[in-house]
Design a binder for this molecule. Structure first.
Ligand SMILES: Nc1nc2c(ncn2[C@@H]2O[C@H](COP(=O)(O)OP(=O)(O)OP(=O)(O)O)[C@@H](O)[C@H]2O)c(=O)[nH]1
Ligand SMILES: [Ca+2]
Length: 512
């Protein structure tokens, strides 16, 4: 037994001796080399993964152009989105907004050729903004709204000529022209709703949506998801977006944009005056400031299919302001007809409308006017008091306080503010309780609230009915997994080296 112990002891001493000798120079130990190789390989693998994944991609964008040919003016919008993420929600953003100088295209009906030419400056800007190699694939859409609806009502041929002029002009550009048409009020309401919910990413989250309130110069739209039975098919639109079904209530009131309602209101006052409607009658208007005085023609008021009755032409009248908020509200109230409602509930003029539900985004002139009057954050009753005070301010004080505001807009804010409060409360039946659910918005992120984005998303099929397939792992998860895998391989490699390492020279002979 002594010999065996002695032998193994000698061997082990011998082994240890050599082993100790080796520790002085580790590179003689294969298992350390093995570990080092794995360690370096693991680090390189992780660095390569990190670099490859994080290498700044030269983002490739696609573009779309939509022209909003409104009654008062035309705006051009350029939208952009990452080329490889067309179907992801929330990826399309506004890159440029260009307000076309001059009035809306319907105002060119006497000289239709000028309608197309009026778009030149903004279209040139679009051509300079979008990279040349993208021009051929960039769709261009023009949608005309209430101003052209009214022109078509009055003179179909004239409206066709204006659209032809616009169409010919737009086709002189290197983009992918997709058409110019008059969109319906329903479309205008529904696409405005899509825009505000897309930009807020509510369509994908399906966690409740935002109603849309749009006030233009010639029409106004209300659109929201209603849980009620929608009694009139004309006011109901069904959408399936990102795997969710929406039943929308929508209505567009033609002639209830703020410019046309002003004509309606003035026509009512002119027709109710007991003065002979000859030249230079004086019209006392509570919706205009005390001290305001302007000579206008009846043509300015009666040159619209929205205004029935008198079709007086060049006769003049003197428009004088009284600055009386209460009387202004009473005057504006007259443009709403509450007499007949054949449905369970109506807004006004016999139009079906379920009770408003949820939160709303109010944009376009709702925003322009309420923001100017600084009424966007007050409860309803305080807003009314503030507005009455503003209307009672003398005209020369108003001008002194706002030297840089266009006089056309400045003179009408008392009327427009009164119309907005009356439309929302008496028309749509908002109350002081749910007033806080209305948010007056111009943009969401960097994109304007309005129908144009929703219109383009719909026509380019960028809002799929079903949720698009997404990679099994979000980007962060992917990188984490790669790092963990690399670490695991590293650890396994280290263990492998340790476990299978073979000591040199010291072959343990079988001890017999
Ligand atoms: N105060 C103010 N008013 C504006 C501004 N831009 C437009 N408006 C006025 O607000 C009203 C509505 O403007 P828009 O929403 O562009 O109306 P529109 O699209 O021309 O009209 P619709 O065809 O009925 O939609 C019009 O009376 C415009 O004159 C602005 O920047 N400030
Ligand atoms: Ca508009």
């Amino acid at each position: 037994m002594g010999d065996i112990l002695h032998w193994s002891q000698t061997k082990s001493e011998d082994f240890l001796g050599r082993e100790e000798m080796k520790t002085k120079n580790p590179w003689h130990r294969p298992w350390i080399i093995c570990i080092s190789v794995f360690f370096v390989a693991g680090i390189i693998a992780m660095v390569v993964v990190a670099v490859v994944q994080n290498k700044p991609l030269h983002q490739k964008y696609k573009y779309g152009i939509v022209l909003d040919a409104g009654s008062s003016h035309t705006s051009l919008y350029i939208y952009q989105w990452p080329a490889e993420k067309e179907n992801n929600t929330g990826m399309v953003q506004q890159k440029l907004a260009c307000n076309v100088k001059g009035k809306g295209i319907s105002s060119y009906s006497p000289e239709p050729k000028k309608a197309g030419e009026s778009l030149k400056e903004c279209m040139d800007k679009a051509r300079d903004t979008i990279p040349n190699h993208r021009h051929h694939e960039t769709p261009v859409y023009l949608g005309a709204t209430a101003g052209m609806r009214l022109l078509k009502m009055e003179n179909d041929t004239a409206s066709e000529k204006v659209l032809e002029s616009v169409e010919q002009f737009l086709q002189t550009y290197p983009f992918s022209y997709q058409g110019a048409r008059i969109i319906t009020g329903q479309e205008e309401g529904a696409f405005g709703w899509i825009t505000v919910n897309y930009l807020n990413d509510y369509l994908r989250k399906a966690s409740g949506t935002l109603g849309a309130l749009d006030l233009g110069g010639a029409s106004t739209q209300i659109t929201f998801v209603s849980g009620q039975n929608l009694e009139s098919p004309d006011n109901s639109i069904d959408f399936r977006l990102y795997g969710n079904d929406y039943q929308l209530y929508t209505h567009s009131f033609l002639c209830y944009g703020k410019d046309q309602v002003l004509k309606l209101s003035l026509a009512n006052e002119i027709q109710s005056t007991n003065q002979q409607l000859t030249d230079n009658i004086t019209l006392q208007d509570p919706c205009f400031h005390k001290g305001y005085k302007a000579t206008k023609t009846f043509e300015d008021v009666f040159n619209s299919p929205c205004v029935r009755g008198l079709r007086l032409t060049q006769n003049k009248f003197v428009h004088v302001g009284l600055g009386d908020g209460e009387a202004c509200h009473a005057a504006v109230r007259k443009v709403f007809n509450d007499s007949r409602c054949t449905h369970s509930t109506c807004s006004f003029n016999g139009v079906f409308q379920p009770p408003v539900e949820g939160k709303f985004g109010a944009f376009s002139a709702f925003y322009f006017v309420m923001n100017f009057l600084n009424l966007t954050s007050y409860p309803l009753d305080v807003a009314k008091e503030q507005l009455a005070r503003y209307c009672a301010t003398p005209w020369n004080t108003i001008i002194q306080n706002h030297p840089n505001v266009k006089e056309k807009y400045l003179s009408e804010y008392c009327f427009s503010g009164t119309y907005i409060l009356t439309l929302l409360e008496d028309g749509y039946n908002f109350t002081s309780k749910n007033w806080k659910d209305i948010e007056f918005i111009k943009q969401i992120g960097d994109s304007d609230a309005g129908w144009t984005l929703g219109y383009m998303l719909n026509l380019t099929n960028m809002i799929p009915a079903e949720v698009p397939d997404t990679p099994p792992l979000p980007y962060g998860g992917y990188v984490t997994l790669m790092v963990l895998l690399s670490l695991m391989i590293l650890v396994l490699g280290l263990l492998a080296c340790k476990v299978f390492r073979r000591p040199t020279g010291s072959t343990q002979k079988e001890i017999i």
